[in-house]
Ligand binder design. Structure first.
Ligand code: ATP
Ligand code: MG
Length: 442
């Protein structure tokens, strides 16, 4: 088998070979090349020791953060290439790095330590594809299978449990039966894994094409690090709007939205507040008042635990708080929404609402979708008209108010807000003389 290596990959392999070492592209880049996918990055495995790698590339910029694990980063054209000495790993008791590694002169040893057969292939132009574990066959049949004995491999590093689900989701593969059984039986070991590592895999998993299948089939795995999900499992909604329980509805909503990590995370948690807010009226119909508020609070806690950045958490929780807002194609209401949330968030909110509707029952679906389309159309009209919906667009500012004798900062703020409201409500024209006159009247 012949793969096309980019120029810099060939440069790295050639250099090491010319200096008497062996070197191969390895792991994800080989897997993706065979699949005809663009590799996210290129990694290399070599018989050279870290100091030797540094010496061979002494004329290049190199990074040595991973040196104790055998990895030297080489910067070429502003891109980082990781070159790692053939190694064998011990256990991962801190759940981040192997306790001890030992270098080896055997490529076979290095490939044996890798997680899945499809990730355990190496390639260079001299030797072609090195595939000791039938990774190529598993690629062909679209299977994720552990290298070696699955239960042992997950016990060494439980993150591999989530990585298996991640690759199955993103590549659209199934998980071989023994590996799958070991995932389910070993899932509790994930609780020892550092949150940052979990989150990195979870974000990739959520963007995958088979995310719905994985979330359903392996829900008990997700429950290990997001126990809040358990309440939604099989939770009957008892409402005409729904033909799925809360968790199945959630999974359908995740699948219905574009594979953007923030949007997918929003859908995953948008109804997490429902089980705790159910009330049932005298007709026997259930309601979930304030579930967006409670859901946003619960999600904030979950996402903090997952070490996601503050901005990400704020955006997700805002979208969850508003996901059930009954927006009408009404200019005043939409301008208030635009003023409060900002244009980008409002556009995301509509995506969230569409994904939510499409995961509900057919009851009133046409009406719901038609309303949303009208809301979007009115929003775009407002945006292209240049009509005012926030303080920046108001044709008066703080210093104008100072000039007419309003001196306290608090007063200025309140006056501007009041003027903005009048302009949005259509009670006042957004031109300076009218605004000044209205300000004086206030
Ligand atoms: P991506 O396309 O996301 O980069 P990848 O397969 O390259 O996927 P990386 O996390 O970049 O995944 O890891 C590179 C390679 O290192 C993997 O293909 C695999 O061979 C090996 N590897 C990574 N993490 C583990 C692990 N926890 N256990 C065993 N091998 C691993
Ligand atoms: Mg990679």
């Amino acid at each position: 088998m012949r793969l096309v290596l980019p120029y810099n990959a060939r440069f790295i392999i050639d250099r090491l070979q010319q200096n008497g070492y062996s070197c191969y592209a390895v792991g994800g880049c080989v897997r993706d090349s065979i699949l005809g996918r663009e590799p996210a990055d290129w990694d290399f495995t070599t018989s050279a020791r870290p100091e030797e790698i540094e010496k061979v590339f002494s004329d290049c910029r190199t990074l040595n953060f991973g040196k104790q694990f055998g990895t030297i980063g080489i910067i070429l054209d502003n891109e980082q290439y990781e070159v790692t000495t053939y190694r064998m790993d011990g256990a991962y008791s801190d759940s981040r790095h192997p306790d001890e590694i030992s270098f080896t002169s055997s490529l076979h040893d290095d490939l044996s330590r890798r997680d899945f057969t499809v990730n355990a292939m190496a390639y260079n132009d001299t030797d072609g594809l090195i595939d000791y574990f039938d990774g190529q066959k598993d690629l062909q049949y679209k299977v994720i299978r552990c290298v070696g004995i699955a239960t042992n491999r997950f016990a060494e590093d439980a993150l591999r449990i989530l990585r298996a689900l991640r690759f199955a989701s993103t590549l659209g593969f199934s998980i071989e039966a023994t590996t799958s059984a070991a995932i389910l039986s070993g899932r509790k070991m994930l609780s020892a894994i550092a949150s940052e590592r979990i989150t990195e895999e979870l974000l990739k998993l959520l963007g995958g094409e088979k995310v719905d299948f994985i979330l359903r089939r392996y829900r008990s795995v997700f429950a290990v690090f997001i126990p809040e999900l358990v309440g939604t499992f099989d939770f009957d909604q008892n409402s005409k709007h729904h033909n799925r329980d809360v968790y199945r509805h959630t999974v359908a909503a995740v699948r219905n939205i574009e594979p953007d990590p923030l949007l997918r995370m929003t859908m995953l948690f948008h109804d997490i507040g429902k089980p705790l807010t159910r009330t049932t009226d005298k007709h026997g119909v259930s309601h979930y008042q304030n579930h967006p508020m409670l859901g946003a609070a619960m999600t904030e806690e979950i996402l903090r635990r997952l070490c996601l950045p503050r901005r990400f958490i704020e955006e997700v929780t805002t979208l969850i708080r508003y996901h059930d807002a009954r927006v009408k194609p009404d200019a005043v209401q939409i301008k208030q929404l635009l003023g409060t949330l900002g244009v980008d968030t409002v556009r995301r909110l509509y995506k969230v609402q569409r994904a939510d509707i499409l995961a509900q029952s057919m009851y009133q679906r046409e009406e719901k979708l038609a309303n949303l389309a009208a809301v979007e159309e009115e929003t775009e009209r407002i945006l292209s008209s240049g009509e005012c919906f926030n303080l920046r667009m108001l044709n008066i500012n703080g210093s104008d108010l100072l000039h007419i004798g309003i001196t306290s900062g608090e007063q200025i703020g309140k006056t501007l807000e009041a003027l903005l409201n009048m302009v949005i409500n259509g009670e006042l024209n957004n031109d300076k003389p009218s605004l000044i006159a209205a300000a004086k009247a206030i």
